[in-house]
Design a protein around this ligand. Structure first.
Ligand SMILES: *Cc1c(COP(=O)(O)O)cnc(C)c1O
Length: 279
């Protein structure tokens, strides 16, 4: 059966400890360990979703992360305070000095600037290609290529990425495919199409209220554990945590995402048809 992201979120819906229809909001920066061995496991980086300090996991962000993982059909997810934090933390977790990234020339401006102006300071090279030209992507592969990075539908030029083919090219080269799905939540499910990591600016359609900036990284348990590792994880050490109050409000907005995306698509179709007529 075809994967249904709205149903996946619905099926996971969690209640608060008093039967509250929305989970309780965390109002704590730090946590006690109710068992001694949990403390050891957390410090050794073995525990996902164990509460130590709110820059690491906190229960509100964990509820939203679980909903995002359900929507993307990934094992796990991580919530950040902006889309750029999701993108930069994920890339810096994957890449070391000397590595190489391939991306689209039409990648979102902030991401483009990060790759063009910031990553070279750490000796991470980036090749910008026409991501819809698969031969150009293949020709850009080098022995040190670590990531192919693209947007399902690029912002702002709306080029559509061939995710299954890009995944094949990446995996044959021993690289990861990372996809920014900000423009097409519930329309594309990049992880099902072969992407290793899916990143979001939740500032846009996912929250959909223009009242905050937020982001998410969806991927394997292994990768989310690396990101949140207290000793060497970028999400933990660079510190872009989203406030739990905001995270609980985004979780509630997620419940209407399928309805909003349907209407956004109708609006886009109306514009496309009419632009064609005016041509
Ligand atoms: C807005 C946007 C971002 C950056 O997200 P912020 O939440 O503003 O940090 C990244 N990618 C795409 C495609 C975007 O539209």
């Amino acid at each position: 059966m075809k994967f249904n992201p709205a149903k996946a979120i619905h099926d996971l819906r969690q209640f608060g400890e008093f039967g509250d229809v929305n989970p309780s909001i965390t109002d704590s920066s730090t946590y006690t360990f109710l068992q001694g061995n949990t403390m050891e496991e957390t410090f050794l980086g073995h525990m996902e979703g164990c509460f130590l300090y709110s820059r690491h996991w906190n229960p509100s962000n964990k509820y939203l992360a679980e909903a995002m993982a359900a929507m993307e059909n990934t094992e796990s997810a991580w919530i950040t305070a902006s889309g750029m934090a999701a993108i930069t933390c994920a890339l810096l977790q994957l890449c070391n000095s000397g590595d190489h990234i391939i991306t689209s020339v039409t990648t979102y401006g902030g991401t483009y600037a990060f790759m063009k102006n910031w990553l070279p300071k750490y000796n991470i090279e980036v090749t910008f290609v026409n991501i819809t030209n698969l031969d150009e992507v293949k020709n850009a592969i080098r022995p040190n290529t670590k990531v192919i990075y693209t947007e399902s539908v690029t912002n702002p030029l709306l080029q559509v990425s061939n995710i299954p083919e890009l995944a094949k090219i990446a995996h044959e080269a021993g690289a990861k495919l990372m996809v920014d799905n900000t423009f097409t939540p519930m329309i594309f499910s990049p992880a099902i199409l072969g992407a290793d990591l899916v990143v979001y600016s939740m500032t846009k359609f996912i929250n959909g209220k223009n009242d905050c900036v937020a982001g998410a990284i969806c991927g394997s348990h292994e990768f989310i554990n690396q990101l949140s590792n207290v000793n060497n994880g970028t999400a933990m050490l660079l510190g872009p945590v989203l406030d739990p109050l905001r995270s609980s409000s985004i979780l509630k907005n997620l419940n209407t995402l399928h309805i909003r995306m349907t209407q956004h698509s109708r609006n886009a179709l109306f514009l496309a048809e009419n632009f064609e007529k005016w041509d």
